[in-house]
Design a protein around this ligand. Structure first.
Ligand code: NAD
Length: 349
């Protein structure tokens, strides 16, 4: 197995093939646990990061976003899209790639696929949040929206929170069949349901992970009983939400980075100034998470750059001493750093 390149101009590149190999090598549940711990440790040092809402370019059919952050030592960004119409055309709703670089030199340290890694880090973040917010001993989760993210969410909640049963629902029964098939023999009790209401029967955790470029109402107020934890993943763009506003008014709402969530999250439906709690403050013990058994907690997840940064750093470490990357000739590296033109000239024939 080759060590990481000593030549700084060669950048380790993790392809989709490599990422799949690495996930199987580590084991998906162990990797989800590792990622949740990595993200949690970065949330604990939240104040050391540069933070900005992601830079979004919207079109009538989707969005393309850049998500940068730095802790002063490393810099990372992710390119990610969200196109709900894509699945009808045989394409993914979400695809991504990302880069990690060294702040000291500005040189990239890692270029990687992030479509799989986004599903893994989103699931790890959700489960990490639920560890702090869900009712104690929660064993059953409703999984509403059974698309690309769904199985990752279910396995992260099993690995990190000890969930034993998942109740699946999607408006498209083919998606539910697919998720149930993929989750068979994974140590979970999997129940396929015919409505959101049925999926939520007995569930202490409700995950909504649907894709629609509009204000959708996946859950109405009467469907949500006291004491549950809602993990709302799918509402992550201006004009794209999943929950009825009345649910928000009954919930204690936890967010990643308020300036971004205000633009993209479920809370865009509320008046400015509505109280929310930043998740990192719960993780560091500065704010309370769940206070009592009847409280409805809501993680209004949109996905934040620090989660991608943690995932990039984890992958950079995990590929050391393995073959799960290729050396990419990404950077010009003239012998004399000022003789870029000479390098070009010498390369001719
Ligand atoms: P996907 O298109 O693969 O799956 C979405 C599923 O939702 C589809 O199977 C669709 O049939 C189903 N659906 C749509 N409307 C529904 C309804 N009313 N009731 C039940 N099911 C319904 O998309 P995906 O990759 O799984 O992503 C899901 C959502 O999560 C997207 O909106 C995406 O932008 C978002 N997302 C958020 C984060 C985050 O960090 N918060 C990260 C990744 C993706």
């Amino acid at each position: 197995m080759p060590p990481l390149p000593s030549n700084l101009a060669m950048v380790p590149f993790v392809s989709v093939e490599h990422m799949m190999g690495l996930v199987h090598h580590i084991g998906i549940e162990r990797l989800l646990q590792d990622l949740a711990a990595e993200i949690e440790s970065d949330f604990k040092r939240w104040e050391s990061f540069d933070k900005t809402p992601r830079v979004a370019s919207h079109s009538p059919v989707g969005v393309i976003e850049l998500m940068p952050t730095s802790d002063g030592e490393m810099y990372g960004f992710k390119y990610v899209n969200g196109h709900p119409k894509n699945t009808k055309e045989g394409l993914q709703t979400v695809t991504a790639f990302g880069l990690l670089s060294d702040v000291d030199t500005g040189y990239p340290k890692l270029l990687t696929e992030m479509t799989l890694l986004t599903a893994l880090r989103t699931a790890a973040t959700s489960a990490m949040a639920a560890k702090h917010l869900a009712p104690e001993g929660a064993n059953c989760m409703a999984m509403i929206g059974n698309g690309a993210q769904a199985e990752f969410q279910c396995l992260a909640f099993k690995a990190v929170c000890g969930i034993g049963t998942v109740r699946l629902y999607d408006i498209d029964p083919v998606a539910t069949e697919k998720a149930a098939r993929n989750l068979a023999d994974r140590g979970l009790t999997v129940v396929s349901c015919k409505s959101s209401e049925e999926a939520m029967e007995g569930a202490e955790i409700i995950t909504t992970c649907t894709a629609d470029k509009q204000y959708a109402t996946i859950l109405t107020d009467n469907m949500v009983g006291p004491g549950v934890h809602i993990n709302a993943i799918g509402g992550d763009c201006p004009g794209k939400t999943e929950l009825h506003r009345d649910i928000l008014l009954r919930s204690d709402i936890f967010v990643e980075y308020p300036p971004q969530t205000l633009i993209e999250g479920e809370i865009q439906q509320l008046e400015k100034g509505h109280p929310t709690t930043e998740l990192w403050q719960v993780i560091t013990g500065r704010q309370e998470g769940r206070k009592d058994a009847r409280q409805i907690t809501l993680f209004d997840s949109v996905g934040f750059a620090i989660e991608d940064f943690s995932a990039l750093r984890y992958i950079h470490r995990a590929i050391q001493g393995t073959g799960f990357y290729a050396d990419l000739d990404l950077l010009a590296d003239p012998d004399d750093p000022r003789d870029l033109f000479g390098m070009l000239t010498r390369a001719k024939g």
